[in-house]
Each structure stands twice: as C-alpha cells, then as structure tokens.
Design a protein around this ligand. Sequence first.
Ligand code: 6SB
Length: 327
Amino acid sequence: MCTAATYRTKDFYFGRTLDNDFSYGEEIVVMPRNFPLSFRYMGTQKKHYAMIGMAHVEAECPLYYDAVNEKGLGMAGLNFVGNASYRKAMPDRENVATYEFIPWILGQCRDVEEARALLEKINLTDDDFHEKLPAARLHWMIADRDHCITVESTKEGLQIYDNPVGVLTNNPPFDQQIFALNHYMQLSPEEPQNHFSAQLPLYCYSRGMGALGLPGDLSSQSRFVRAAFVRMNSRSGQSEGESVSQFFHILGSVDQQRGCCKAGDGRYEITIYTSCCNADKGIYYYTTYENHQITAVDMHRENLEAHIPARYPMLQEQRIYLQNSDC
Ligand SMILES: C[C@H](CCC(=O)NCCS(=O)(=O)O)[C@H]1CC[C@H]2[C@@H]3CC[C@@H]4C[C@H](O)CC[C@]4(C)[C@H]3C[C@H](O)[C@]12C
C-alpha cells in the first residue's frame, strides 16, 4: 500500500509514502536532459526535461516510482493490484510500457494540461521490463500546482479522473474512493454540536471530537479518507521549513508501523520511505523507516545538461543530535 499527496503554500509540493514488506533497492535519481531515453515502441528521445525522483535502477535504466520534472509536474505510481489491466501494443496508439510511463510524461510535459493531451493518444502496454521484473499493476497521480488527475488503466480502458482531493492510495478504483468521502461529510476540525438528542446532556469532554469516526486502520480506503481529511484541513506557514514539515505530517497520518500489518512469512508491511518534493525548486526531501531525519537532494546542484543520471542511495542511519553533548 502507498499514499501520495500534493500540498501548496508559496511553492507546490508533491510526495508519497512507499509501503511494502521488502525493498527493490531504490535510490534518488536525477535524470539530466541529455540522458537518452529509449522507449520500447516510441524510439529514443535524446533530449527531454530533467527530473528527480525515487527509482530502482536496473541495467543503467532508472525505473521511477515517483518523480517531479524541472517544470514542476509530479507523478507517482501506486499499487492497483486486481484492477489494473494493460493491453498489447496497438497500431494507431502511442504505446508506452508501464515502467516507461513516468519518464514518458515528465520528459515532455510542462503541466497537467499537456499530460492530458499525451494521455489521449496513449496505450499502456503489458510488457515486462524483463522476466524478473514483470509489469507492476499500478495507477498514477499526476499533478502540477493548479491541477491533479488520477490515471487508471482497467479492463474498460484508460480512465482519467479529476482529483480534487490531491490524494491517492490503492484499491478500489478512484471513483469509488472519492464516493466514499460522502460517508464522512460530517467530520470537522470544529467542536461538534449535540444533534443527537436535545433530551440528553451530551457535551465535548475532549478536543478533536469533530473528527470522531475518521477511520484509523491501514486499509487503502481508510488511508484515503484519513489523508484527505488531514490534507484538506492542513494549515501551515509559507516558508520552506514550515511547508515541508506540514507535508510530512500529512503523510505521517498514514504511516505504517512494523507489526501492525502482516504480509506473511514473518514479514510486515512498513512505510519504507516518505518523500516530499518541492516541485518548483526541484528539491527531493525524504525520510526512511529507520531514519526520521529529513534528508534532501537538490536537482539544480547537478549538471542538468549531463548525459548520465546522478544517483543517491537513501541514508538509512538515524543521526540523533545530542543536545547537551558538551556537558
Ligand atoms: C511495490 C510498490 C508499491 C508498494 C505497494 O503498494 N505495496 C503493497 C503491497 S500489497 O499490494 O499491499 O500486497 C511499487 C510502486 C512502484 C513500483 C515500481 C515501478 C517501476 C518498476 C515497474 C516495473 O514494471 C516493475 C518493477 C518496478 C521497479 C516497480 C516495482 C514495484 O511494483 C513498485 C516499487
């Protein structure tokens, strides 16, 4: 399971949690403009927009989980097992394999409007990267500072939904996720009133009772409702520090602690990493399960005219600052 979210203050932020019971070995990868992108059906792009994101690098090829390009467009892939369905390559379409989808969009599009234009011609194919990396069953969130959409390839075809919530989790399909918010319309950051019965002396004995009923479990529908409630009610200052801090608190509401979700064979699903990318500045902030200190990689400190990606393995060791170390 995973959760993705957007957030806007002065700048635009885009990030996600990656929850799983094992890691493919992922790292922060800055893809410069001149790294040749060879697509299975769509030829080679010698030049494209630069991007930064989390990827598993296989045979020198970054396979992105989530990324943001130099124009401020962000995109993330999240599990959609049981509902994702891809087709064979088709003659009259732009055929793109799922592992190519993020660079295909972010390499060419400045914003969601341009992404929508490419999506009209696309066919997501069922090609595996190779037999050990079969096509991942995913759906995607694509967002810029003004718009957000969800893209799902199902048996019925390619579905593109407006995403007014700026949150994506996993199953069920996105229209059902959004519909479920109707059940929670009474939740509020305000103190509730007693509508239950005028004959009963009900009162607020605690703060936070306006959100009683917000689901607390780890299912993807519940994480969607919880992240949506926190995201839609979020308040923070405009500074970089306050914005990034608030973003990690939004995704902190759906953090998965080891032990609460069994994945078989003594393994547990945990939040492997949480990312927050300042899409305007190209700075990728992250924390990992073991290291809660925020670490960042700034794409503009790299040579974006280079031909080879810059790779940064995630720092996994927690550095605790001993405040009275000189006593
Ligand atoms: C597993 C992750 C979703 C996390 C999640 O939701 N876990 C719950 C498990 S459960 O559903 O609850 O049981 C997803 C998210 C992004 C994916 C990569 C995308 C690039 C590439 C695409 C290729 O085609 C296949 C290999 C590839 C490296 C992918 C591996 C894997 O698929 C990644 C990491």
